[in-house]
Write a protein that binds this ligand. Structure first.
Ligand code: NDP
Length: 244
């Protein structure tokens, strides 16, 4: 028997598009009070208008520790608690290692890895209070590295490693840690790739298969966060059927 999200407080990072937006909507539809964070305020406002339940929009840049701490504090101030953190904000700037623009490496590490760690750090005291759940959005690239995604994969391997340490530190105190590893999902993610060859390859890959939709991942998150307290869904690997 699953538990309900009615009245639970969920903070979703990277909620202005893609997986984060779909997940926020899905959890709101199940009765959660949602705090939605990202940098594009207009996108958050339009999500807030669509969500059926209570919403708090947060001006959040996960690379900025002050912003992260403020987002967690504002959520607890507004809703009185924090039950679930969906740690989803991320960027993928694929390209070969040789000759790379290393500012893109910095951006990926600061957003996907450090940003995700800062969020856990800020949310953890509140999650411990509520025996809450952390959902860490990693990737199939957090399990298998491949050419032209070295730094992105490094960040996602890092998320998985950090999540396992976190799990061992907090599970006895009732906090559950879920790592979600999506394959190819149709979102804006690949649109930020600056290398034209990589951009074309991503588009070709998308056209070659029935990709996942953000709602498919939202469904997986919903499953994980509605299990009874004694059930910890630690890892969900979810790929398009057509993805080899
Ligand atoms: P999108 O580009 O649609 O969403 C990325 C989100 O991250 C946006 O809401 C963006 O908001 C937010 N974001 C980026 N940088 C920051 C920042 N510094 N501070 C706060 N928010 C930030 O892509 P997806 O929905 O696909 O990506 C969501 C997660 O899923 C990422 O972690 C990605 O690595 C992971 N993933 C995606 C896969 C895919 O195929 N799409 C596959 C596997 C994993 P804003 O720009 O408004 O700040």
């Amino acid at each position: 028997m699953s538990t309900t999200l009615e009245g639970k407080v969920v903070l979703v990072t990277g909620a202005s598009s893609g997986i984060g937006e779909a997940t926020a909507l899905a959890l709101s539809a199940e009765g959660a009070r949602i705090a939605i964070g990202a940098r594009r305020a207009d996108r958050l406002d339009s999500l807030a208008r669509k969500a059926p339940g209570e919403v708090l929009t947060l001006d959040l840049d996960v690379t900025d520790q002050e912003s992260v701490r403020a987002a967690a504090a504002e959520t607890v101030e507004r809703f009185g608690a924090l039950d679930v953190l969906v740690n989803n904000a991320g960027v993928m700037l694929s390209g070969p290692i040789e000759g790379a623009d290393t500012t893109e490496w910095t951006r990926m590490v600061e957003t996907n890895l450090l940003g995700s760690m800062y969020m856990v750090h800020a949310a953890l005291p509140h999650l411990l209070e509520r025996k809450g759940t952390v959902v860490q959005v990693s990737s199939t690239s957090g399990r298998t590295a491949s050419a032209n995604s070295g730094v992105y994969a490094a960040t996602k391997f890092g998320v998985t490693a950090f999540s396992e340490s976190l799990r061992q530190e907090v599970t006895a105190r009732g906090v559950r840690v879920v790592v979600v590893e999506p394959g190819f999902v149709a979102t804006e993610l690949a649109g930020h790739i600056t290398d034209p060859t990589m951009q074309a390859a991503a588009q070709k890959m998308a056209a070659s298969m029935r990709t996942l939709q953000p709602e498919d991942i939202a469904g997986a998150v919903l499953y994980a966060v509605t299990q009874p307290e004694h059930v910890a869904v630690n890892e969900i690997l979810i790929r398009p059927t057509d993805q080899t």
